[in-house]
Design a protein around this ligand. Sequence first.
Ligand SMILES: Nc1ncnc2c1ncn2[C@@H]1O[C@H](COP(=O)(O)OP(=O)(O)O)[C@@H](O)[C@H]1O
Ligand SMILES: [Mg+2]
Length: 587
Amino acid sequence: MTREPASGAEAQLEVPFSGRVEAGTRKAKRGGAKTGRRSEPGNDRPAARKRRRRKGPAKRGQHADVAESMASKQREISVSEFFAKNRHLLGFDNPAKALLTTVKEAVDNALDACEEAGILPEVLVRVEQLAEDRFRMIVEDNGPGIVHAQVPKIFGKLLYGSKFHTLKQSRGQQGIGISAAGMYGLLTTGKPVEIISRAGPRRAANHFHVVINTKKNLPQTLVDAEVEWEKPHGTQVAITLQGTYKKGRHSIDGYLKQVVVANPHATIIYEPPNGDKAGERIVYERTTDQAPREPREIRPHPHGVELGVFLKMLQGTSARTVRSFLQEEFSRVGNKVVQNLLQETESAGLRLTPRTPPRRISAEDAEVLHSALGRIKIMAPSTDCLSPIGEDLLVKALEKRVTADFYTAATRPPAVYRGNPFQIEVGLAYGGGMPGDTLIELYRYANRVPLQYQRGACAMTKATVELPWRNYKISQSRGALPAAPMVLAINIASVWVPFTSESKEAVAHYPEILHEIRLALQECGRRLAVHISRRRREADEEKKHSYIQKYIPHIGIALQEILGLSDRQRERTVDTLTDVLERSRKM
Ligand SMILES: Nc1ncnc2c1ncn2[C@@H]1O[C@H](COP(=O)(O)OP(=O)(O)O)[C@@H](O)[C@H]1O
Ligand SMILES: [Mg+2]
């Protein structure tokens, strides 16, 4: 993803830039003063050229000086140093967002861990306000716990996790979530991450204080002790950080409300900071006792592997031959595919046999091989590795959490983008007490994780905005979300969600993904239109019925007066008229 190039860019930016400025000032001291143009490298080129003609060797020495001074500043940048500087990339760009991101990372991990262990999650989220801009957030789960030796690395080292190397649907994928939150807490308050974890009733619970050494991206353990803990298994994480507690769209409250819609199997207990209502406790009981299907891990599909990853796989493989490398490390590669591939590389001018050892393949040849892989036909990846919420549960969850009078959901069959299987589902709640003239509420989810920021950059927003909602009897201004009393929930389930950045806030605009979202929206839209038409017809009927009830008695009175009818005759006339009108209206 963008991680490597980004850190490379940082290295290039920081180091040569300072070198250049020095060179410029030095030149300015000598010759630039005459022209009055200083320090911009491009400006003093003619003077430099003249000087080179006059004193060539001296200039060479100068270059060496600059190279030396550059060398003294060139050093490795640890990933944590990079992200400490560029914390916005991970979602810590302002205090309100930082607090939400921290809670989100901890809740993601809690739910992931429970699911992996087949445990129905019960997660406690507590946010304490310590000062105006200082908070302590605690997230406690009933998951499998973390073994003693792993705790420091998980919480004090970036890019350390169990999910990056496996292709499996999960909330976390980069191993950069909770440790980055801990690092942000440390940088803003100086406080360590506090962890209690217990990996089973027969093991002791351990209490840790961990800080990250940002320079080295290594953990430092300040406290490591056994403690009494009432939970038989689980993990509690506490992070103290600078933050702001907000209500509204980007609030923790709003985020948790969305979590329970997409995770109907989870119970979430939320204790908000002591403000207006001290000691408040919001309990979201689970909607179902049915745990989601444990997603299966898969091997990468050849069409989804980028060149860099392919090279790494080639170098790191234990396979002895190209054939076994391709067949063991990738999915959907059989003898036929290998045969076709080698024919394709041969026509591109590279002769390989199935027995060529992978280590003998040079980088250039690997590039030819990789691009040939992209050109040949390979069966689409298997899609049983996905675990969507499911139509029934999505409707049930919406019914429980959103007051409306119409609910529907559509789960699309699995599809594939760039070799990665994915599945889209859409849930919709309409009507009820929701305001009708404002924009709809769009809940975006990736592997059941609510996405709170960068709505405009997300494929889900794009597909929703571009759908002609008027066809489904919903009003919409050009280029905007529809305006209706509606909550729309869209989830993408995938082994690798293509986020637009590390902070995992928006899904990239892959045509296949946009297409699938569109189809799911259309399906829900059609059902909604049927509902709205029926409702309108019923309302119309109701109105006509009320006219008959309201006006016919008056006609009866008028007829009584004109024709001199008795009260009984009048009543009979009114009954007959009502009957005739009701019948003729229905015809
Ligand atoms: N509450 C938890 N219970 C069990 N394991 C956890 C918990 N939190 C984190 N982990 C482990 O720590 C790893 C690193 O977490 P994190 O930094 O959030 O990265 P990611 O979730 O992207 O892998 C996870 O992959 C998981 O194996
Ligand atoms: Mg995580």
